[in-house]
Design a protein. Structure first.
Lengths: 532, 545
């Protein structure tokens, strides 16, 4: 089997929005540049106000007003673009997650529990959205302001640039010592988050059972233990993040004092003016204020990588191998389980051992057997969900794995009733075009006359009793004109009258292979009855 | 939200102290930085080592204070989040049974993820900085006031403008957030629904159709998200423009004062520097305010969910039976789903210890009747009398499709009693023996011995095994009344007999069994048999009980 991975990287995410991203860059440079100019204009205005040069003051005032407009407008446009990029990246991730869920085989799907898909789809994307975009754009903003700063330092006193480099490199590099721990904690937090969501989803689905057995207290306790674990991991994680931030701040403060020292010496030697000193003071103030965030953003970026890894892992699955000379089957002559042995992956217990069965005749084949003996497993194997350990399953003498259109040949109805959004008609036809008459006729045949009306068919779903839902699921399966139809306990929980109706309907379907699982208490007019 | 902050009062007090310490030491660091340079070039009376010592000392304390402030603020945020999450879940379980039946699980999950995320990021994280900004602004304003008192008032007025503007946008922000939230609920719902139906989707090969449906739902969501983001960006843009306008007003006023000679050029520079400092603080203050205001619908929605159980109780209070010998009495009970009349003037009395069988075709309302007795549904008319007012202590219901939890078989049967029994040391050998016996009788001992783990929704168990597992739960919970809804569905012949024997062997408990069909053996073993038909009970076999 081939591992199918669509791997997202931060680069590929951003690259998909490259034009918007370039636009965002342009806007942030305009905005940051205007802010720098704004400082100069302010200074000029002060000077002119003092000297009383009203003509020049008017020009400066005009510039001032223009900048007052440009800065917020460019910043507003920048925010708009930035938020759009983030929304579109999230959209791509969500699409990919859902796409990968749909594309993987069912046996691949159940390898993860639902909490994992839910966690990737909701919380991890939310965290990624927050941390990744904050760090990328925050980082850009810092770069946007510090490069002019370094350039100014260079023009004032070149040797200081070396000191600055050492200071900045240390401030960025030393917090890296904490990186390993932060990444590890992030991983653990993701797991804890998944567990918490799994519990929520599962417990809410089982809420009536919990209440029926008055076990609320215990389940609340278990849930609280999981939120507590997450809470503690996150706090620990943040302590490390904050420590990294503080280390950077410490280094930058030392660096700024050292730099001021050097400049002060140079000033007292008369090489530089007091004005230069004040300029450096301003730049350094900006550095100590902003640069600690560099390391913070870098840490956050690395942590965000873990979220992305988690999403990537959720995306990946083993792709089914496509057999070279796969055959398209239109008609099935017989179904043959040829001496098969099977046990579930991760479990040694053999469910089926040297089992053989040949079905030659169309119509109902009843499969009976004690629970746990492998009735449902047998039919999952026929659907191709798992490979058999030994033996072969063949349709018209062609091994299952060589059939290209297996899915179209087999329809399975499980015991659980599943409804999708849309009308009752959508749910019966599974969004295929089927005329209302056919549906109404089908409903009437199954004794669901109160639903057999066009206005009911096209109205949203309502509540159905267990028996009604079961019959709707049978009708859905029958409407799909596949060669093989598998019905898992279609008669359970039905009253004698409905059973009789259903039996009649099933008996009439003698142009297809109907594999019906029933427990031994019920016997139906089958062409073949098999005991497992 | 106040109650959540109240629980964090000690930490919040700590926060205030750390903020003050941080601001104080930051000030010291700035001053000492200047003195350090002055001392180096010999302009002060202090020795260099003294200043270096003071500077290092202040710097370290500043860093310590800011570290403590950071982690305390984060801890407060996380603790509030934890309390919210815990209360969210607890309130789901602790609401009345009618509301539990009506609970929209997908919406709850969506609210738990998306809305709590908004509360976390927008309300608590951005809101957590508010106080620090305010302290910063007050200090800066005080400094301006020391130079020119009326200048401070002008600054204050000018800067209140962006915040005031943000506040006026509250409705717009709320509306955008609400629309997004509604769309997000819908989307998460559809995502969860598709997760559950994945096998059917694959089998019917409707991946493309489902993907398209999903895609259009995602598109709508993203559009709402972008609209919400643009509303926020717009508010932020205008408030930042107003911040700059305020700066311009202050600059203009200062220039005027310099012309009038009321303040010196030096003071002008100082005021300008200070007002620049304020402007970034105000900008962030306005953004935090915007963030908090935008988050309000989410906060409201989460709190409403949590407080639901306090404010709503749609379950009818239980009436106590007047006759001591009766476990249950139902008088003139009527119930309908919309226009569809299910139960019509139904009467039933069940004696303590009696075994009652209620037969009926599917859709006749057997399960509805049980839901009425257990309080998940409210009758249109009529009364239900029970022996005790607390249903949980009185009735155990084994549902037709009992929920199977992920975990061990043991935990599933005892519903996590295992850990509790170990903790409270209530595990007694007799009880253990009873459990083993029951497991054996239900034909589950193989699985029990193997320490079988159960997959999500019991996927690795057969239908019959799931059913027997659920029955084991019901038999082990020793309440006065045991209701079994179709206990024999999906069970194979060998086990049917065993289970029937178990049911008939129950002593000192009232059993109500509902089914569409039972064996003659079970029929004859039950004390009283009714048939439910067109909303009424007809006695098929009067009890000699």
């Amino acid at each position: 089997m081939k591992r199918k991975t669509k791997k997202f990287t931060f680069f590929s995410l951003i690259f998909a929005q490259k034009y918007l991203f370039l636009l965002a860059l342009l806007l942030i440079f305009i905005s940051e540049g205007a802010i720098h100019i704004f400082q100069f204009v302010k200074g000029a205005m002060v000077e002119l106000a003092i000297t009383g040069n009203s003509n020049a003051l008017r020009t400066e005032l005009f510039k001032f007003v223009a900048l007052v407009l440009i800065i917020p407008i460019s910043f507003y446009l920048y925010s708009k673009v930035y938020l759009r990029i983030s929304a579109l990246c999230v959209k791509n991730l969500r699409k990919a997650i859902f796409d990968s869920i749909l594309k993987r085989s069912y046996s691949q799907f159940i390898k993860h529990n639902e909490g994992r898909y839910l966690n990737a789809y909701t919380n991890q994307i939310n965290i990624l959205e927050g941390s990744f975009f904050q760090s990328v754009f925050g980082f850009l903003q810092i770069v946007g302001t510090s490069i002019p700063g370094l350039f100014l330092i260079y023009t004032i006193y070149p040797p200081l640039l070396i000191v600055s480099f050492i200071g900045i490199v240390l401030a960025v590099a030393l917090p890296e010592l904490l990186k390993k721990k932060i990444v590890r904690l992030e991983k653990e937090a993701i797991k804890a988050d998944e567990k918490n969501l799994s519990l929520l989803n599962e417990f809410l689905n089982g809420i009536e059972t919990i209440v029926n057995f008055s076990r609320e207290k215990f389940f609340i306790g278990r849930f609280k233990a999981s939120t507590k674990q997450y809470n503690q991991l996150r706090k620990k994680w943040f302590r490390n993040m904050a420590a990294g931030f503080d280390i950077a701040q410490l280094i930058l403060n030392i660096y700024s004092v050292a730099s001021l020292f050097i400049i002060a010496m140079v000033v007292s030697d008369g090489i530089l003016s007091i004005g230069d000193y004040i300029a450096v003071l301003g730049i350094l103030f900006n550095f100590t204020d902003n640069l600690p965030y560099t390391s913070y953003y870098l840490q956050q970026f690395k942590a965000a990588k873990e979220n992305l890894n988690y999403i990537n892992e959720t995306l990946s699955y083993e792709e089914e191998t496509t057999v070279k000379d796969a055959v398209f089957l239109n008609k099935i002559d017989h179904i043959h389980f040829d001496n098969i042995t099977f046990s579930y992956p991760d479990n040694d217990k053999e469910i089926l051992e040297n089992f053989s069965l040949q079905i030659n005749e169309r119509g109902i084949t009843q499969i009976q057997g004690e629970s746990g003996k492998g009735k449902s497993t047998l039919l999952s194997l026929l659907c191709g969900y798992y490979p058999v350990d030994k033996g072969q399953i063949k349709l018209s003498d062609i091994p299952l794995q060589q059939i290209a259109n297996l899915n179209e040949l087999v329809t399975i109805m499980r015991q659980e009733s599943i409804f999708f959004d849309g009308s009752l008609a959508d749910n019966l036809t599974m969004y295929r075009p089927v005329s209302d008459e056919v549906l109404i006729q089908g409903l009437q045949r199954l004794g669901l006359t109160h639903l057999a009306k066009a206005e009911v068919l096209h109205a949203p779903l309502s509540e159905y009793s267990g028996g009604e839902a079961r019959r709707l699921m049978v009708l859905r399966a029958l409407l799909r004109q596949s060669e093989i139809i598998i019905l898992d306990e279609p008669l359970a929980n039905l009253d004698p009258e409905s059973i009789q109706l259903l039996e009649e309907v099933l008996t009439e379907e003698d142009n297809r292979f109907l594999l019906v699982i029933t427990h031994q208490a019920i016997s139906i007019p089958a062409k073949l009855t098999v005991h497992i | 939200m106040c109650r959540y902050f109240k629980r964090q009062i000690p930490s919040i007090l700590g926060l205030i102290i750390f903020i003050l310490l941080k601001v104080f030491f930051l000030n010291r660091v700035s001053v000492l930085k200047g003195q350090l340079i002055d001392t180096a070039i010999g302009k002060t009376a202090m020795t260099l080592s003294e200043v270096v010592f003071l500077f290092t000392f202040s710097l370290l304390f500043y860093l310590l204070a800011s570290y403590l402030l950071g982690i305390t603020r984060y801890a407060v945020k996380m603790n509030i989040m934890k309390d919210l999450q815990d209360d969210f879940f607890a309130s789901s379980l602790l609401r009345d049974r009618v509301s539990i039946r009506k609970l929209d699980i997908s919406k709850a999950v969506s609210s738990y993820t998306a809305e709590i995320n908004v509360v976390d990021n927008q309300f608590l994280r951005m809101g957590g900085n508010l106080f620090e900004y305010i302290v910063g602004i007050i200090i800066t304003l005080t400094s301006i006031a020391l130079i020119a008192p009326h200048m401070a008032i002008v600054s204050l007025l000018a800067y209140v403008l962006p915040i005031f503007f943000t506040k006026t946008q509250q409705n717009k922000l709320s509306k955008a957030q609400k629309k997004f939230q509604a769309e997000n609920d819908r989307h998460t719902d559809s995502f969860l629904q598709k997760l559950k139906g994945i096998e059917a989707i694959k089998n019917y090969h409707i991946e493309d159709k489902i993907f398209n449906l999903f895609n259009s739902s995602l598109d709508t969501l993203v559009n709402e998200d972008i609209k919400r983001a643009e509303t926020r960006a717009g508010t932020n843009g205008i408030s930042s423009a107003l911040t700059y306008v305020s700066q311009a007003i202050i600059a203009g006023y200062s220039v005027y004062l310099v012309f009038r000679g009321e303040i010196s050029a030096g003071d002008f520079v100082s005021i300008f520097a200070l007002s620049s400092a304020i402007s970034s603080q105000i900008y962030w203050l306005a953004r935090s305010v915007e963030s908090v205001l935008s988050a309000r619908p989410a906060v409201k929605s989460v709190l409403e969910y949590i407080d639901f159980s306090n404010n709503n109780s749609s379950s009818l209070p239980v009436n106590q039976t007047k006759d001591d010998s009766l476990a249950l009495q139902i008088n003139n009970l009527s119930f309908s789903y919309g226009e569809h009349q299910i139960l019509n003037d139904l009467n039933l009395s069940v004696k303590k210890g009696e075994k009652v069988l209620i037969l009926g075709a599917s859709g006749t309302g057997k399960s509805s009747l049980m839901s009425l007795i257990t309080g998940y549904l409210v009758p249109d008319a009529g009364e239900i009398y029970l022996d005790k007012t607390n249903r949980s202590e009185l009735i155990t219901l084994v549902e037709q499709d009992a929920f199977i939890f992920r975990g061990t078989l043991e935990n599933n049967i005892l519903l996590n009693n295992v850990a509790e029994r170990e903790e409270t040391k209530t595990s007694d050998p007799q009880n253990d023996e009873e459990i083993t016996k029951l497991i054996d009788k239900l034909g589950l001992s193989n699985l029990w011995k193997e320490g079988q783990t159960v997959d999500q929704r019991g996927r690795n168990l057969s239908g019959g095994e799931r059913k027997r597992l659920a029955l084991a739960r019901g038999f082990l919970k020793n309440t006065e009344i045991l209701i079994l809804d179709e206990p024999l569905a999906n069970v194979d012949a060998d086990n049917i007999e065993r289970i029937e024997k178990l049911i008939l062997g129950i002593k000192n408990r009232t059993v109500i069994l509902i089914s569409h069909q039972v064996s003659d053996y079970l029929y004859s073993g039950m004390d009283t048999v009714y048939e439910l038909n067109s909303g009424k009970l007809r006695c098929l076999k009067p009890g000699e009980f």
